[in-house]
Design a protein around this ligand. Structure first.
Ligand code: SF4
Ligand code: SF4
Length: 135
């Protein structure tokens, strides 16, 4: 038995697919949604934990890819270096879960860790490398 955390990106026409049901029933995997930002008809992201044999997890991932769902291994943590951040806001436009936002009054960057799905999209947006992912 092994456990893997992965980030799924659903194209807008796949958001309503019953993938959790398929992973449990057809691939004998335990499936736990840790965080999700899913809205019908809009690209969505989900951080999940799957548990099962290595072989079944690989087969489950193959199934997801066949269903045009993008799969990437989740990072272990995201670290924001507040001393380095210059509050330019570039990262906020890439963060689909709104874990990163600018305070409306102070224009300072706010990071809400509980909303972060560790997808890494914000990483390359930062001109001063204030964002780091722990792999
Ligand atoms: S890794 Fe970055 S872009 Fe992805 S959810 Fe977390 S803060 Fe947002
Ligand atoms: S892109 Fe970098 S410097 Fe700009 S707000 Fe985000 S973390 Fe701060």
């Amino acid at each position: 038995m092994t456990t893997k955390k992965i980030v799924l990106t659903f194209p807008e026409n796949r958001v309503t697919k019953p993938i959790a049901y398929k992973l449990v029933k057809d691939f004998d995997l335990e499936f736990n949604i840790l965080r999700a930002e899913i809205t019908p008809d809009i690209e969505g992201k989900m951080l999940i934990e799957v548990k099962g044999s290595k072989d079944q997890i690989e087969k489950g991932i193959e199934y997801l890819i066949k269903e045009q769902i993008s799969v990437q291994e989740a990072a272990k943590d995201m670290i924001l270096d507040k001393d380095q951040c210059v509050h330019c806001g570039l990262c906020t436009s890439l963060c689909i879960t709104k874990a990163l936002s600018l305070d409306k009054q102070s224009y300072e960057l706010i990071f809400e860790k509980d909303k972060c799905i560790l997808c890494g999209l914000c990483l390359n947006a930062c001109p001063v490398q204030a964002i780091k992912l722990k792999i």
